[in-house]
Design a protein around this ligand. Structure first.
Ligand code: 4AD
Ligand code: MG
Length: 481
């Protein structure tokens, strides 16, 4: 390779050496100073051209966004805030960028604007930082599980099963519309659409993960999952990535311990390996907060917030206790919750989750033992309590500013109980035959959970809209490329 990455040059000591840099022009000032970025770091390197001896035509092509090759001597910089710069001896334009048409200008653009040109936003400092942190988190996930001897299991994207029983799935249909199986009235026969079968995009790899856990002991999946929920929120995507470990011989407490360890490990990894990026994102947030009234600004900056999570135990509390807390609380002096929790058994709304995490406990909270009726069929049932109420061994992890980050449970390993529950919620036994074999042959206690990867990236980067932490967000009306 004839060129050196800018990241390496910025820490280089060998002044006087001839170097070649390839990258894109961020700014070109005074006909003399080119700020070049090649993506290897948030920082630009400055290249100084001898404009008196450089072709005027060439100088005019040094516009924001142009790809260039620069050869020159690495010298100590006298400029403020930079150690090194390049004294240019050779300058080549590799690709022009018409300044009249190029949408990115050397100024701060709003995230809303950048979302509209999502195909170009990688070229900004903010998105360089966000996706470097995303990379670090993903790498750390694999490292965490690899260190603990978990097997990375690839589960299918196209599947005939509806793991969550939520019915929010994307159907997979054949592209050959002339040969789509049709009913007598001409409508598509979805039941036979995938070569004679009904299929959808996976909502979760859990059920297939359980099959593998019953042989390997400890496995995890990490891949895209799909939910056809038409909800336009800052926390939901139609396509998101999920990390789903599944462990044989784990009870709910072991499950919680593992989830807490995982989150702390990967956030700690990002803090350690992306100090520049997180510092940049921290300052970005501080800048943004200046426009807010004092009492709405957060007490902790991004780095302090991450460190707080690393050094404090998550609060573990049952749904029943949480409901008691919520019944006694007022979110502030005057206001009530929009949805009052009057009855035990109601699902918690995000305002309740946020209250528990942000106002009451002020730290991540693991909520356990939810009412059976609001959770999935596969969760292990507790003995009914003194009032005869039915709960399951579920756990949700709630994070400040995010809400639900993790959903998981100990699984029902008893075949009869599982069959009874499936019957109650209307899941046909014959459709789940393959899954039920785990309970027929060598059934064992086991547990698992799913981490919404984008919500983890949201928390770690301090970004506030989930569309800004996935390279190509899939939300209603957002699927061009
Ligand atoms: O709570 P969920 O639906 O749990 C499951 O899918 C289980 N099968 C996981 C398991 O036990 N193996 O989803 C898990 C997590 C949520 O806590 C949330 O963080 C994230 O996935 N999530 C979403 N993230 C972005 N957009 C959406 N539409 C999401 N739906 C869930
Ligand atoms: Mg959930």
């Amino acid at each position: 390779m004839e060129h050196t990455r800018i990241k390496e040059l910025l820490i280089a000591e060998n002044f006087g050496k001839e170097v070649i840099v390839k990258g894109w022009v961020r700014t070109f000032r005074n006909n003399q100073f080119i700020a070049i970025n090649d993506g290897s770091t948030l920082n630009n390197i400055q290249a100084v051209v001898d404009f008196a001896n450089t072709d005027e035509q060439l100088l005019r092509r040094l516009t924001t966004g142009a790809a260039i090759r620069v050869k020159g001597e690495l010298v100590q910089s006298l400029g403020k805030g930079q150690r090194v710069e390049i004294k240019v001896t050779e300058l080549t334009i590799l690709g022009d960028s018409d300044p009249e048409k190029y949408p990115l200008q050397p100024k701060k653009h709003s995230l809303e604007f950048l979302r509209e040109i999502a195909h170009l936003r990688f070229r900004t400092g903010t998105f360089n930082a966000v996706f470097k942190v995303r990379h670090a988190l993903a790498f750390a996930v694999h490292q965490f599980f690899n260190e603990r001897d978990f097997v990375y299991m690839h589960t299918p994207i196209v599947t005939g099963s509806d793991a969550e029983g939520a019915g929010e799935m994307f159907r997979v249909t054949t592209i050959d519309f002339d040969n789509v199986p049709r009913n007598e009235d001409g409508t598509v026969n979805y039941k036979e659409d995938f070569f004679g079968k009904s299929t959808n995009l996976t909502v979760s790899g859990q059920l297939e993960g359980e099959l593998a856990a019953m042989a390997f002991g400890n496995i995890y999946t990490f891949g895209p999952t799909f939910r056809a929920e038409n909800s336009n929120t800052t926390r939901h995507l139609a396509e998101f990535w999920m990390i789903e470990p599944e462990m044989a011989f784990y009870e709910l407490e072991d499950n919680m311990d593992l989830a807490e360890d995982l989150l702390k490990y990967v956030i700690g990894y990002a803090l350690q390996h992306c100090p520049e990026e997180i510092e940049f994102l921290k300052n970005r947030l501080l800048e943004e907060e200046k426009s807010k009234p004092q009492n709405e600004r957060s007490e902790l900056n991004l780095v302090e917030k991450l460190q707080f999570v690393l050094t404090n135990d998550f609060e573990r509390v049952s749904y029943t206790d949480a409901v008691e807390i919520l019944k006694r609380s007022k979110p502030n002096q005057k206001k009530q919750f929009k949805y009052l929790i009057e009855e035990w058994g109601a699902d918690l709304q995000s305002e309740h989750e946020r209250y528990l995490v942000e106002k009451h406990f002020k730290k991540p909270v693991i909520l356990t033992d939810y009412p059976r009726e609001i959770k999935s069929f596969y969760m292990k049932q507790n003995e009914p309590d003194a009032q005869g109420r039915h709960t399951v061994r579920a756990m949700d992890i709630l994070f400040p500013g995010i809400g639900e980050m993790v959903g998981g449970s100990q699984r029902e390993e008893n075949l009869e109980k599982l069959l009874k529950r499936m019957d109650e919620v209307g899941i046909p036994e014959e459709e789940m035959d393959w899954f039920l074999d785990t309970r027929r042959f060598g059934s064992a206690p086991h547990s698992g959970f799913g981490v919404g990867f984008e919500r983890l990236v949201l928390f770690t980067t301090g970004m506030t809209n989930i569309r800004d932490v996935i390279p190509f967000p899939r939300t209603p009306k957002n699927a061009e490329f």
